[in-house]
Design a protein around this ligand. Structure first.
Ligand SMILES: Cc1cc2nc3c(=O)[nH]c(=O)nc-3n(C[C@H](O)[C@H](O)[C@H](O)COP(=O)(O)O)c2cc1C
Length: 187
């Protein structure tokens, strides 16, 4: 069985990102071992002042636990038309260049606004492509998240809920397939 780690990509207390992460986990866990990581638990206080090239042990520990998986789901909110700054902080302290190289990554956006974090998800995809991840083509953008998403029942629009469940059902299979290819960076 593959292992999929989920990142709730904000440190905002009470975030919808964490609620969506928990909802997604309930489905992913049918086909994969899962664990949720939240940037609320990231040791930001240890990287103040710029510790690039001298990564603190607390950050190495967070990163190595998060990266110990076959696939990754990022749940990304929209802040000012982009993804949260803390997600970039997290990304910049991942081991370079291999952290997510040739790793399957799935993406869910959620926002208060009408575009459901389309912008931040697509911005983050640019980073993932640069770092050579395999992006799962089915993505979900949860628009008007405060009205449209329920932590127990998911999205209250049937067609969107179907798409969300299709993504969550298909991603573990995608992870298994990539794993079975046994691709390596130097191949
Ligand atoms: C700093 C900040 C900036 C935000 N900017 C946007 C925005 O540009 N567009 C939008 O639709 N919602 C915006 N929101 C609302 C979030 O999308 C909303 O809080 C949503 O629940 C996702 O964030 P959460 O996971 O922190 O709850 C912003 C929220 C914060 C805290």
């Amino acid at each position: 069985m593959s292992r999929i780690h989920i990142l709730s990509s904000t440190d905002r207390p009470g975030s919808n990102a964490l609620k969506v992460s928990k909802y997604a986990e309930r489905y992913l866990t049918k086909k994969a071992e899962t664990e949720i990581f939240s940037l609320m638990d990231y040791p930001f206080e240890d990287v103040v002042g710029g510790k690039y090239g001298n990564t603190p042990d607390s950050v190495k520990d967070f990163n190595s636990k998060f990266l110990d998986a076959d696939g990754f789901l990022f749940v990304i909110p929209e802040y000012n038309g982009g993804f949260p700054g803390v997600l970039k902080f997290f990304f910049d302290y991942l081991p370079f260049p291999k952290a997510l190289e040739l790793k399957p990554v799935s993406l869910i956006g959620e926002a208060a606004g009408a575009f459901g974090a389309l912008r931040p998800v697509e911005q983050f995809e640019q980073l993932l492509k640069y770092r050579k991840a395999y992006i799962y083509p089915e993505r979900m953008f949860i628009q008007r998240v405060n009205d449209s998403f329920d932590p127990e029942s998911g999205i209250n629009k049937e067609i969107l809920q179907k798409l969300l469940l299709s993504q969550l059902d298909g991603f573990p299979d995608f992870v298994e397939k990539i794993k079975s290819l046994d691709v390596s960076v130097d191949a």
